[in-house]
Design a protein around this ligand. Structure first.
Ligand SMILES: C[S@@+](CC[C@H](N)C(=O)[O-])C[C@H]1O[C@@H](n2cnc3c(N)ncnc32)[C@H](O)[C@@H]1O
Length: 230
């Protein structure tokens, strides 16, 4: 599989587990888990019957993938508590992931762990987890096709972070001095610096506040980058 994002998600799944893959779409995660004998059983679901059909077609053409079950389900709506020990929700916005968890919190909390890969709104997702009785036990990140991704593994537990940047960029990623996060911070600093240059060229006094805001963001990103450099 050429998809590093999906490989990193799969690397967080414990052997022999029963996995629910929410929003499975192409079904690559369940197929890999089944082919490599990583999971005992996979329940793959999607809100869209059309999306799920891509996987159903593959299953119909292979008698080997017999431990994959499919369901049309809005989030965890068609699952039962304790039906699976690992929940994977990946490739969606962070707010959609929090909505899915919020709607069926009891089911979400019945799993041993959840592996979440949000395409955005990571601050909101981590806040939601801490405010709803989850702790973050592992984090990974990567660039794929020039886009930066973070993956969070979480389980039931109590935890709070002190700083905003730990929610936004990942306390564990900062602690393990992630090279990809370092690169992402460099990129954010560069984007803001270029924007400031462009806005200064315009010479409009109304843009002063926006420039100050962008400069403050650079200081914030630089502070986090400094923690990774130490
Ligand atoms: C971009 S794909 C991600 C596919 C795969 N999980 C991945 O990481 O590559 C997002 C999928 O989530 C599904 N989806 C969106 N909202 C959903 C919900 N509330 N419940 C279940 N699936 C949902 C979409 O139909 C789509 O197939």
């Amino acid at each position: 599989m050429q998809q590093y994002r999906l490989i990193k998600i799969i690397n967080m799944i414990e052997n022999n587990s029963i996995v629910a893959d929410i929003g499975t779409d192409h079904g690559l995660i369940p197929i890999f888990l089944s082919e490599k004998n990583i999971a005992k059983k996979i329940i793959a679901s999607d809100i869209s019957e059309k999306s799920l059909y891509k996987l159903i077609e593959k299953l119909n053409n292979s008698y080997l993938l017999d431990n994959i079950e499919t369901r049309v389900s809005d989030g965890l709506g068609k699952y039962k508590p304790f039906e699976m020990d690992t929940i994977v929700i990946s490739g969606m916005g962070g707010l959609l992931i929090t909505d899915i968890l919020k709607k069926d919190l009891t089911i979400a909390k019945s799993a041993n762990n959840l592996i979440l890969q949000a395409n955005n709104s990571l601050y909101e997702l981590r806040k939601f987890l801490h405010e709803n009785g989850f702790k973050i036990i592992e984090e990974d990140d990567l660039f794929e096709n020039d886009k930066y991704y973070q993956i969070i593994k979480t389980e039931v537990g109590l935890e709070k972070y002190e700083n905003k940047y730990e929610y936004e960029f990942g306390k564990l990623l900062i602690e393990k001095k992630s090279k990809s996060l370092y690169e992402q911070l460099n990129r954010l600093i560069k984007i803001n610096s270029n924007l400031i240059e462009d806005l200064k060229e315009i010479k409009n006094p109304n843009l002063k506040d926006r420039i100050t805001e962008l400069e403050e963001e650079i200081l914030y990103y630089s502070k986090v980058r400094g923690l990774i450099e130490d």
